[in-house]
Each structure stands twice: as C-alpha cells, then as structure tokens.
Design a binder for this molecule. Structure first.
Ligand code: 9WN
Length: 694
C-alpha cells in the first residue's frame, strides 16, 4: 500500500474514535477521554485540522479541577459501563475541587499539554485564530503547572511527585515494582472490583492482578482522603519522582514560555519552574555509572535503580547536560535497548532487554510504544543526535505500516499488541508523516527528491573503451573491487554510502565500470555469469544511489530501476533488465530474493563469489529468512513474509510454495518443524520497507 494510503488510514482511525467532542484512545478498550492521549492526538490533528486539535484540548480543559489538577480520564456520560474504574468507583464528588458538570477520575497524567498547544500554533495556517485559543488556554495551563508546583513539590526544589502508577502513563512499568511490592495487602480489605480490560485484550499483554489490586488500593486511599493532596501525601505509600513526568513538565514549561511570548504575557514564572525542575533532575535523578536517569522513591529517599525508557526522557525535556546526553545516547543505542542496525529490534523498547524479567509483549514491561519513541525522537533531534533520531523516525513510520496501528508492538518481531486502531499511534504517525513529506518538498526544491527521469541515463563513464585490459582482467578487477567495497563499507547489512563516496576504492570502481564496455557477460560460464550479474546488480544500486544523491529512499528517483543504465559490451542494461536475465536461471527463486535493492527490506549485502555462488546465495537467503522480513508464529499457525514475494507471484504463487521455500532456509528448529507439519499456514504479507539501507 502506498504511504499516502496509510496516512488516510491513520486519519480514518482518528475519525472513527472521534465522538463529536473528543477522541477516545480506542473504542473498545478505552471509551472515554484520556489526559495525555488527547495531547498527542491534538498534535496529530494539528497537521491537517486545527479546529479538531483545538476542540480536543478544549474539552479536556473544560473538565479541569478547581485546584488546577487536570484529570487523567474525562468520562463520556453516554458510554459508561464498558471500562473499569468508572465514576461510581472514583467517587470524585467527594472532593470540593472536582468540576460540577463533568465526570472525571481523581488523578492526573504527564502534563504534555502546553507542548501540544505550541505545536498546534506552529502547525496552523491561521495564526490569528489560534492566538485566540492560546489566550483561552494559557491561564488554564498556568493553573495546571501551578497546581503541580504547589501541591506536588514537597521539597520546593521543582521535583514533582506522582501518587499512582496510572499518573506516570506507564502503568505496570518495572520501575514501580519495588514500591508496589512494599504494599502488603494480606491484612487489607479491598473494595470489590471487577476488571474489564483483560476480557478485551489477552491478559498476557496486560498488567497482572497483583498490580491491579494495588492500583485499587491506592485509589481507595484517595477516596478516603477526599482527594486532598496534603492528606494523601502523608498516607500514600506511592510517592515518587518520575523522570518522564518531570521531563514532560520541563518541556511544557519551555513551551509555556513561548506561548506567553506569543500572546504578550509575562513568562518569568515558567522559566523559573523550568530551571529548578531541570537542575534538581540532573542532581537527584541522574546516575553517572549507568548513564541514565532513575525514578526516585520519596518515602525511602533513594533512586529506584530500574532502567526503563523513562530514564531517557530528559532528552525530551531538554534537561540533560551535554555529557549526560551523550551517556544516555550510548546506553539507549546499545544492545540493552536498541542499537542502530541490530537485528530483531524495532525502536526503543520500554525496558532494558537484558533484564531477566524483560517481556516482549507485556504492556509497559518491554514492548515498543509509539508515543515514547516519538518523544525520544524529538529529544534526540533537540540534542542533534541525528542518526539515532532518524532511526527512530523511520521505525515510528514503519511499525504501523507493517503491522497495523496497534497500541504497542513486540520489541523483537514488531507484531502489534493491545488494542488495535489506537489513537495516539495514528496521530503521531500522522505528525511524522507530514515531517517526512515536508522534508521531501524541501528536497524537491533543490532538485534531489522525486525526480522523474524522462530520458535514460548511462551511469558508467564513457571513454574507457580503449581498454588494454582483457575481459578476464576486467572481471577480476571488478570482482576484487566489489568485494573490497562490501568488506570495508558494509556492516551488518548497512551500507555506509557516505564513506564509499569519498573512498579511493570507489574511484577505482568507477574506472572499471567504464571498461565494462569491452566486456560481454554472455561469454561467461553459468556460475561466473550468475555471480557476476548479482554482484553487478548490487553494485549498480550503490553507484546509482550515490550518483543520483538519494537521501532516504531509492523511490525518490522515479525510474531508478528502469531508466538508469550501465553500458555492457554493445548494449545498455537497467536494473530491471539484469533482473530479467537472472530470472532465467534455474534457482531464480533464491536469486531474486538475494538481490539488494538499497532498501531496509533487502537482505544484508554480501559479495557472491564466482567460485561457489550458490553457497553464498544460500547464506544471503538464510539471513533474509532469519530477519524481520519473515516472521513465523507456530502458535498462531501464521507466516508473515515480505511483500517482495508477492512481486513474484509466478514463483511464490501460494502459501504452499512459500512454505516449501522457507523450510529449506529457516534455522530455528521449532519453526522448521512447524513448516514441515503445517501444510497450509495462514499467510500474511509485510509491507515493503523502502527506506535506504544506510
Ligand atoms: C489507565 C489510555 C491509557 C494511557 C496510559 C496507558 C493506559 C489505562 C489503562 O491507557 O492506561 O489509565 O486502563 O490501562 O497505560 O498511558 O493514557 O490510552
């Protein structure tokens, strides 16, 4: 499906989840308005529907409490009975601060709203109109921040505490285990309650009952104390400084300063808040040995040494010092989280993968979340960690495209979990999609992107026909240089195009391609011809990417595979022409799979030796089958394969054929067995990832 259609799909999800006043996170699982969800959702809307974006936040702030607290859920009165806990459980009418005309929960969530409001303004065309909205919401934002600094800032050092895991937005994060485990419920009579979430979503993907009991126990304390913060502070066993909550607050303080500036208000207070919060975070939450920020247990007065993605959020808040930021990047970009080019990893999982209790599928205990990665992406950009930022940007676009707009994703295989058609996944996809499109437009103006090639281009240099070299020498040199370039500049399948461009080997390579004019590939024997044509294809792709100045994807050049050619002997060949010749070989199935098209969905680039090409091709295909281009789920009797196989319908015509093929190359025993037994597995296709394999 072209990217444009995925954008349409994302917008249709928001539309479906819109109830006339606000957008629910998911019709099935979360049928009310959630606090920070609405901020992310508004960011998505701000790209194409300013009015909706404004309405989203207006309805949320209409339910703000009298003391400034912004509730984590605003209930839809017409849709009660599908979620737990709802107003009958929260009983917020016990509080003198609860709003009269709205049903809400009694706790809050990360205050990302000022940040979202600024985005709405920045992305809008009609600044005058949005300025009116800024004037309306500014005092409410200040009231929210003031509430946090007055009621939740016990040491007056700008560190704001949360009183419930739900307030962190990362409910069952392992970060909260040490604190929750201290709560002994053996002598406690809990109020009766019945969960609804684990009837809708597989319980394996949701928090356990032990966690839920503690969530309920905490809410019961709040009710008994009529939601009075000072009383709760003394009785609540969960008082923690969360690095995510405080980073988001810091980011929002910065945004508040800008909003104040736009509408001509004084912003000194927000600046002071920003400075004190970030200073205290650097002093009290950072651990230099591990290179991460930790949450802080206020009752035990110590850092909670559990490494989660929340610990990198000071990048988003602009809180980390330069040296701290470098350490964060180092840890984030390691096998503990997700290294660039690491196999089987999609963006930053929520918890350190090397920990014993890491889970790829349980909620906030390991899967990948789009909002978290989106914030990290903004943070990485802020600190100019460009390469890692681009890596996250790519995955945020890629995950929903390939697996659907799910709530969270398997950190190894990318498969989606939780509820589907989830609003913030769609909204933040939209946000990045527009960024990506805009960057293309910028490129277009300077002539780089979406170039439509009307005439053919011959890419190998002319004038070398007066060759003193024999065809054998040409072939020898071509092979030698291709092998050398791949060895030196390709690591784990990623091609370092920039270094190739500047390398002496590339100059020599260009020279030898000029001599191909005096070379006839059809004079070679079958084995030599096969290896030569595959290597030629792969090297032409690299050469074209460099010559055409491709930035993010070969798709920027319309005609990449058909209009750019190499002169070989008397004829000219495009990539498509070479593919056509390769199709005539007996083992064409594996040859077509092993071609490296300069994309992320291509197998890792290897040199194919002329002595034993089949063995090398086999290795490439094994790599491909072991990568995230082929996902085999024996429990679900399902096989997901790259769309690439769909292109060759004549070869891979049905699931039977595909099964036969995969069986030969899969190395995992369990999967092999499954493919041997299951004659007709369900077959699904993964979208082809066209981003550059750089
Ligand atoms: C409890 C709505 C919310 C998100 C949270 C996420 C989840 C609720 C739940 O869903 O929490 O607030 O019932 O699990 O953890 O971040 O805001 O999408």
């Amino acid at each position: 499906m072209p990217m444009k259609n995925h954008l349409k799909k994302a917008k249709s999800i928001l539309n479906k989840n819109w109830n006339g006043k606000f957008t629910v996170p998911s019709i099935h699982l979360y049928p009310h308005q959630w606090n920070w969800d609405s901020a992310f959702i508004a960011i998505g809307y701000s790209r194409y529907d300013t009015d909706r974006a404004i309405q989203e936040l207006k309805s949320l702030f209409d339910a703000q409490w009298k003391n400034g607290m912004l509730p984590h859920i605003v209930f839809d009165k017409n849709n009660l009975g599908k979620y737990f806990p709802e107003p009958d459980f929260w009983k917020t009418e016990l509080s003198k601060n609860a709003p009269e005309n709205h049903l809400t929960s009694g706790i809050t969530q990360p205050p990302i709203h000022a940040y979202a409001v600024l985005k709405i303004y920045e992305n809008s065309k009609d600044k005058k109109k949005v300025k009116e909205f800024l004037k309306w919401i500014y005092p409410k934002l200040v009231k929210l921040h003031r509430y946090l600094y007055l009621e939740r800032n016990p040491d007056d050092n700008g560190l704001v505490y949360i009183i419930h895991p739900w307030e962190s937005g990362m409910d069952n994060s392992p970060m909260w285990d040490p604190v929750l485990k201290r709560i002994d419920l053996s002598q406690v009579k809990l109020p009766d309650f019945e969960r609804k979430d684990n009837r809708i979503v597989d319980p394996e993907q949701r928090p356990g009952d032990d966690d839920y009991k503690r969530y309920i126990y905490l809410v019961d304390i709040f009710r008994k104390n009529r939601y009075e913060d000072r009383k709760i502070f003394h009785e609540c066993p969960f008082i923690v400084f969360d690095p995510l909550f405080n980073s988001v607050l810091a980011a929002s303080n910065k945004a508040l300063m800008k909003i104040a500036d736009i509408i001509g208000e004084n912003c000194r207070q927000a600046e002071e808040w920003y400075l004190t919060t970030s200073r205290s975070m650097r002093d009290l939450l950072y651990d230099n040995n591990r290179g991460i920020f930790y949450a802080y247990d206020y009752i035990e007065k110590k850092q909670i040494k559990v490494e989660t993605s929340a610990g990198f959020m000071p990048l988003f808040g602009g809180v980390a010092s330069h040296s701290q930021a470098l350490k964060l990047l180092e840890y984030m970009n390691s096998a503990s989280f997700c290294q660039i080019h690491e196999d089987n990893c999609f963006a930053i999982p929520n918890y350190d993968k090397t920990k014993k209790d890491f889970s790829t599928k349980n909620y906030w205990r390991g899967p990948v979340w789009i909002n978290i990665n989106w914030m990290l992406y903004q943070g990485l950009k802020r600190y100019r960690f460009k390469q890692k930022a681009e890596h996250l940007e790519k995955t945020i676009l890629e995950l929903p495209v390939r697996f659907g707009f799910y709530e969270y994703f398997d950190s190894r295989f990318g498969r989606g979990y939780g509820t589907k058609d989830f609003s913030w996944t769609a909204a933040l996809f939209i946000d990045l999609y527009y960024d990506y499109e805009n960057s293309k437009k910028v490129g277009k103006n300077i002539g780089f992107f979406i170039q439509i090639l009307r005439d053919e281009i011959v890419a190998n240099p002319e004038g070398n026909a007066i060759s003193i070299k024999s065809p054998e020498e040409i072939l020898f040199e071509f092979n030698m240089l291709s092998n050398l370039l791949i060895k030196k500049y390709v690591k784990n399948g990623s091609v370092d195009y920039r270094r190739i461009r500047l390398s002496p080997e590339y100059k020599l390579f260009q020279n030898i391609t000029g001599k191909l004019i005096a070379f006839d590939p059809f004079s070679l024997d079958t084995q030599e011809k096969k290896s030569f044509l595959i290597n030629l294809y792969n090297m032409m792709v690299i050469d074209f990417i460099l010559k055409m100045k491709v930035k993010k994807s070969v798709r920027e050049i319309d005609g990449f595979f058909t209009k750019i050619k190499y002169r070989l002997g008397k004829e000219k060949f495009s990539l498509k022409d070479i593919e056509q010749i390769l199709k005539s070989f007996k083992d064409r199935d594996k040859i077509l799979i092993s071609l490296v098209r300069g994309t992320q969905s291509s197998p890792p680039l290897r040199f194919i030796s002329p002595e034993n090409p089949s063995a090398d091709i086999d290795k490439v295909v094994k790599d491909f089958v072991g990568s995230s281009e082929v996902l085999i789920f024996p429990e679900e009797k399902t096989v997901m394969v790259s769309e690439l196989l769909k292109w060759y319908k004549d070869i891979f015509s049905d699931s039977e054929k595909i099964r036969e093929f995969l069986k030969k190359y899969v190395s995992d025993d369990r999967k092999k067995k499954f493919l041997e037994i299951e004659r007709k597995p369900e077959l699904l296709y993964l979208s082809y990832d066209w981003f550059l394999n750089n």
